[in-house]
Design a binder for this molecule. Structure first.
Ligand SMILES: [Fe+2]
Length: 245
């Protein structure tokens, strides 16, 4: 167990929402409580918003009800957001309903295959709403693996790039691992998040943090403490937490 929790994890699927994440409140709560023991202070639950699983009014009510039931038992600060798969349908929506609660940011994934035109339009739509895109796991996508310069282009727009803890740990193979490290080392990426879904792919950041700390030293906390999302003042880690002693 960590001496002091300070990780801010902006990407997970711990709320049962009909997607491929937690299947029950109980499972979601267990994942949250274990994440808290492993150093997570704030965990964003970000149900998928897929073309075939949009956030209908009915689904939103169910997600918010599940959130209300989980929060008191989570053992950490659970916040709500969503992970958007870019679609032209979303371009016509009020995007503020998908904000990562209290950050002014919206989480959008890079499509796993194909071009980035709709992603670029989504990002611009988010910016036009006065919000900032957080680009989820570019290092895992065929599009960026084929052309890593795309990440540079996204980052140059001032959009925040989020790599997965599992990529840092090499669990998605050498390509995503190499790109995740490259994005952290060159500061193109600003955030490491879990993208945790279930017990076999859990929402934990401790192992990735230890690896990043070994390799990037005192720069490590900045990728994990929520400062990129403007949350650092609320979460000041103790020295013991930073050094792991
Ligand atoms: Fe995700």
């Amino acid at each position: 167990m960590r001496n002091s929790a300070f990780f801010v994890d902006c990407h997970s699927h711990v709320i049962p929402s009909g997607d491929d994440g937690a299947k029950s409140l109980r499972q979601g709560i267990e994942l949250c409580r274990e994440a808290a023991k492993r150093g997570t202070a704030i965990l964003f639950a970000t149900p998928h918003v897929w073309p075939h699983l949009p956030l209908t009014a009915e689904r939103e009510v169910a997600v918010r009800r599940a959130y209300d039931e989980m929060q008191p038992h989570a053992g950490l600060e659970l916040r709500l957001g969503f992970e958007l798969t870019p679609t032209s349908r979303l371009l016509r929506e009020d995007i503020s309903r998908y904000e990562l609660e209290g950050t002014g940011c919206v989480l959008v994934e890079v499509p796993f295959t194909g071009g980035i035109n709709v992603l670029l339009r989504m990002g611009e739509h988010i910016e036009a709403s006065g919000l900032r895109p957080v680009i989820a796991h570019p290092e895992r996508t065929e599009t960026v693996l084929d052309d890593p310069a795309i990440a540079e282009e996204l980052s140059a727009r001032g959009w925040l790039l989020q790599v997965n803890a599992t990529s840092v740990l090499g669990l998605h193979g050498p390509g995503p691992e190499e790109l995740a490290w490259r994005f952290l080392e060159t500061r193109q990426a600003s955030l490491v998040a879990s993208d945790g879904h279930r017990t076999t792919r859990p929402p934990y950041l401790d192992a990735a943090y230890d690896r990043v700390r070994e390799r990037l030293g005192e720069r490590a906390p900045g990728f994990f403490d929520g400062s990129a999302l403007g949350l650092s003042r609320q979460q000041t880690p103790s020295r013991a937490a930073l050094t792991g002693v």
